[in-house]
Design a protein around this ligand. Sequence first.
Ligand code: PAF
Length: 284
Amino acid sequence: MKTINNVKMFKKELSGKRLSGKSIGFVPTMGFFHEGHLSLIRRAREENGVAVVSVFVNPAQFSAGEDLNRYPRDVNRDIELARKERIDYFFNPQVDEMYPDGYKTFVEVESLSRKLCGKSRPGHFKGVATVVAKLLNICRPDVLYLGQKDAQQAVILKRVVADLNMDVNVKVLPTVREKDGLAMSSRNKYLDDDERARAPVLYKALSEAEKSVKEGERDAGLLLKRIRRRISEEKGIMIDYVEAVSIDDLESLDEIKGPALIAGAVKLGGARLIDNVLINCEKL
Ligand code: PAF
């Protein structure tokens, strides 16, 4: 595995591979790997001649007062894990390599970026869309691997790829969970033992709603009310949002129909946790 932190060198390496006809699979991350990252990394490895992972904690997607400075990092451990998974390239640029002096260009995905998490994290998806567009231009992969836990991010990045005519196939893989259902996330590290024990309630509430939909309930208002009530049974959890939206445009639904996403975000101690269930009523 080659570890590269320079854009020019990385582009040169990959253009050689591309010329030799190998497919390139790319997993963008902010590091501090957990099984969720590793599931994407393994798929990229299995399905491509060249497997690439990037680790870059992107300042552009954090607003002032968010956790940029305390975001968990352990790049040496990430390098070892990527090596074990037989990744070919580990791209780990510094901030001034991605955003050199004079940097001015940002990718704004209208409307989608302002829904769900976008309401309480203004500017977040602009930062995500910008850095991923840059990484895709640098790496020019055949396949981009993303996780379903960040469902809104996946919808937005698919939009970027389509709107900017990028030739990359976007694959979204299922959320990897701890035994008690908590979605794996680097931010789970912020939870103390007591908070960690309460954290699975978000997924429990969402899966109970999913079960109700499977049993025939379609009233989104009722389902969301039950989810909120279930979450409020645990002390100290602040609900940021719980919403039922269409997976295409993230518009709120009154009635669960088509492929729908029921998504939520909560604050627990020092952590903001997100999760979702994807329900395809047509297939039930
Ligand atoms: O999901 C993440 O870790 C980040 O948002 C991403 C896609 C790597 C962009 O910085």
